[in-house]
Design a protein around this ligand. Structure first.
Ligand SMILES: C[S@@+](CC[C@H](N)C(=O)[O-])C[C@H]1O[C@@H](n2cnc3c(N)ncnc32)[C@H](O)[C@@H]1O
Length: 283
């Protein structure tokens, strides 16, 4: 898609301007979201109209006005062209998702990572997704691996409703249970000791909530996938820095740890994932 956009906008913007627009460009279903640098704001309608006229699959164009913020991880949007609607249907890895970009967090840039995790999962696993958004990780895994069970938690009522809808839409409602509330409290009261695998796809609070992920694991242990934003550096150095901050509790010890860069999220800042395997501490 970005190659197509480059071609379409090539005679409207300088190569430098084009680069900036492309790097902040996302398409979710039939909605395009643009990050437009200040100096290009006078051209925002021209850019949006050009996209709308030339890319058949795009029906609505919005500009991201604010950084992603708040508990629900939302951004402010400005409607630039096409239909003024924020609800759409997005497809990924053979699944369909209803998304409302004004009411819930969603990033298509995690698609590769969602598939990577789905490929690690084995039959009969129970998986807790602590920060589920619209249910993408849980539903993709449930669809791919029929013999798995999923607990998908989100504190945003709109995200919770969309997990329920998306589970039905993909016919995995028998395998995906949605929970509305704080992941820590829900694990504490309903999901302690149930999981083979825990997903923590919310970098800003992952370290603080790590003890709850540990609490969700079965007595024999399991794997926790922790997503973090860190200064770009070799993953070995990241692991050495983060490990002392992770509390494994009294029941578990580290069996294995690996990590990788998921994507670049800013100048010299990466989103990384640590795959942390814990096993029962034998007395
Ligand atoms: C970065 S998004 C998750 C992205 C999602 N996993 C995906 O693949 O698109 C973080 C999510 O965590 C939710 N959230 C924030 N604080 C939470 C908490 N304490 N407990 C549960 N969910 C929380 C937000 O509403 C948001 O949907």
């Amino acid at each position: 898609m970005s190659r197509l956009i480059k071609k379409i906008l090539a005679d409207k913007l300088s190569p430098e301007e084009l680069k900036e627009v492309i790097s902040g460009f996302d398409v979710i279903g039939d909605i395009a979201i643009l990050k437009i640098p200040d100096k290009l704001l006078p051209k925002k309608h021209l850019i949006a109209e050009t996209l709308l006229e030339n890319v058949k699959s795009i029906r609505c164009v919005f500009r991201q006005v604010s950084p992603i913020s708040g508990e629900y991880r939302l951004m402010e949007l400005e409607h630039l062209a096409g239909e003024d609607r924020t609800y759409t249907e997005y497809r990924e890895s053979g699944c369909r998702f209803y998304v409302d970009i004004a009411k819930v967090y969603f990033s298509p840039r995690l698609s590769g990572e969602r598939l990577r995790i789905a490929n690690l999962v084995k039959d009969n696993e129970v998986i807790v997704n602590m920060f589920a958004g619209v249910g993408t990780f849980s539903i993709i895994i449930a669809k791919k691996r029929k013999m798995t069970k999923h607990h998908a938690i989100d504190i945003n009522p709109d995200a919770y409703q969309l997990i329920l809808k998306n589970a039905f839409l993909n016919k995995v409602e028998d395998r995906v249970t949605a929970y509305l509330g704080d992941a820590g409290r829900i694990i504490e009261y309903q999901l302690s000791g149930c999981a083979d695998r825990v997903l923590m796809p919310y970098p800003e609070i992952a370290i603080e909530y790590f003890p709850f992920a540990v609490k969700a694991l079965k007595d024999e242990g399991g794997t926790i996938h922790v997503y973090l934003h860190v200064k770009s550096k070799p993953i070995k150095e990241v692991i050495d820095e983060v490990l002392p901050k992770l509390d494994f509790g009294k029941k578990f010890v580290l069996e294995d740890i690996g990590g990788r860069v998921v994507r670049e999220v800013g100048p010299k800042i990466d989103q990384i994932v640590l795959d942390i395997k814990l096993k029962a501490l034998k007395n």
